[in-house]
Design a binder for this molecule. Structure first.
Ligand SMILES: Cc1cc2nc3c(=O)[nH]c(=O)nc-3n(C[C@H](O)[C@H](O)[C@H](O)COP(=O)(O)OP(=O)(O)OC[C@H]3O[C@@H](n4cnc5c(N)ncnc54)[C@H](O)[C@@H]3O)c2cc1C
Ligand code: SF4
Ligand code: SF4
Length: 393
């Protein structure tokens, strides 16, 4: 151990314990004791008021990475229903696991959720780590991070993937700090480096102006949140069965500090654009924010929802939650109407995998027509009412 406590000088003030980023220090019989989690970072040496801590050498402690195995997918469920992004993560996780020659596992937390394991097996998980307890019925950062942190400590996965949903974005950084490892947020591409088998995690940075590829060389597990809608879903096969491994989910008083009072759902009027089958998207060609009312009429007819381009968001005409594109949401609906949208590459990046794209634009040279399956050259204020009229017949 390169960090030592001179017991005669230690007064047990616990300043070092509070300063240690890795929770490596305990106070036993009023003396600081350095544990195995110490990385020799030197932080505690600076804070000790009695110079009781000495650092011999500055080499960082190198972790033995060979014991970390398996690709884990956080199987986010809400009210007993698995979130769609989990099937995308299982699809991607399977490829990664095959490339490094390891197994694909899911980690499932909730109350009375054991029945969901079959669905995870059907989408490719070979093992499901299950934490089933009443305290986990509703998501809390404390509850979920406690059980997953313990599971990571015990079973040592090599890679852990989370959907970049509101829950995934909350949980993953909390766990990364607890586990003391690296996390790349909102990845759009994952691949295994053929030379060293580490995962290369690519994400848009600086508002999408730069694609950054990030690796996590010295810590495990390698963790990523992955943007929903970007990866392909795993193939469903109901026959496979796997192993369920039950996790301890025991909570003491005060372990979960958050109390969920109420969960308020948005009305069906606001269908999330990532779940919608029909999207009617409008761009600057609307000319004015009131134009969205016309788009909504068409979306309502189809049971779909309205989306937009970034230019309209920047103009204050629409909320970022409905922005499609590289710096917005990626969507794959059955039909995507692009109305008065020029088809900039950053917009196309978020909708090009839609099953059918119908473009309505005044300018026949607009790049949107290059990706459109059907194109209508004309004024959207004439074309859309005509479509609605036909649908009414
Ligand atoms: C780093 C970066 C990230 C970006 N991320 C995104 C992103 O995530 N999503 C995104 O959308 N953009 C993004 N952009 C912006 C993008 O480059 C375009 O500026 C934007 O998509 C243009 O929006 P638009 O098509 O609505 O507007 P415009 O480009 O102004 O196009 C308006 C279109 O409407 C047509 N039109 C006009 N009047 C009518 C009418 N009456 N009827 C029919 N058609 C009409 C015009 O012919 C024109 O083609 C990003 C840009 C950068 C630099
Ligand atoms: S800060 Fe120094 S004196 Fe205080 S507990 Fe730690 S080692 Fe002991
Ligand atoms: S050197 Fe760093 S990791 Fe080790 S006990 Fe001190 S503060 Fe913690």
């Amino acid at each position: 151990m390169a960090i030592k406590v001179i017991e005669e000088k230690c007064v047990g003030c616990a300043k070092c314990q509070k300063s240690c980023p890795f929770d490596a220090i305990t106070i036993e019989d009023k003396i600081a004791v350095i544990g195995d989690a110490c990385t020799n970072c030197g932080t505690c040496v600076e804070v000790c008021p009695t110079d009781a801590i000495i650092q011999e050498g500055t080499e960082k402690v190198v972790k033995d990475l060979s014991m970390y195995k398996g690709v884990w997918v956080f199987a986010e469920q809400r009210e007993g229903k698995i979130m769609p992004v989990v099937f995308e993560l299982l699809g991607e996780g399977k490829k990664l696991a095959a490339e490094i020659g390891t197994e694909l596992c899911a980690i499932l937390c909730g109350s009375n959720v054991a029945g969901l394991a079959d669905e995870l097996f059907a989408y490719g998980a070979e093992k499901v780590y299950l934490a089933d307890a009443p305290e986990l019925e509703k998501y809390t950062t404390d509850g979920y991070s406690k059980v997953i942190n313990e599971a990571i400590g015990k079973y040592k996965p090599e890679i852990v993937l989370y959907g970049a949903t509101h829950i995934g974005r909350d949980l993953a950084p909390c766990l990364a700090v607890k586990v003391n490892t690296g996390l790349t947020a909102d990845c759009t591409k994952l691949e295994i480096d053929p030379d060293d088998k580490k995962i290369r995690q690519t994400r848009p940075a600086f508002g999408g102006n730069l694609m950054a590829t990030i690796v996590c060389p010295g810590s495990r597990p390698q963790m990523s949140t992955v943007r929903p809608g970007v990866m392909d879903k795993a193939v469903y096969d109901p026959t496979p069965k796997g192993e369920i491994i039950k996790l301890d989910a025991v909570f003491a008083e005060g372990d979960i500090r958050t109390k969920v009072l109420e969960i308020v759902k948005t009305t069906t009027e606001n269908i999330s654009i990532s779940d919608a089958d029909f999207i009617v998207a409008g761009g600057m060609g609307l000319g004015k924010p009131e134009g969205f009312e016309l788009l909504k009429q068409l979306a309502d007819k189809l049971g779909g929802t309205v989306a937009t381009s970034r230019a309209c968001v920047d103009a204050g005409w629409a909320d970022h939650a409905i922005q499609v594109g590289q710096t917005g949401t990626t969507v794959k609906p059955t039909i995507y109407f692009a109305c008065g949208i020029s088809g900039a590459i950053q917009h196309i990046a978020g909708m090009q995998d839609s099953d059918i794209i119908i473009a309505i634009n005044k300018n026949e040279n607009a790049p949107i027509f290059e990706v459109a399956d059907y194109g209508i050259v004309g004024d959207l204020y004439k074309v859309i009412p005509a479509i609605i009229e036909e649908l009414n017949k």
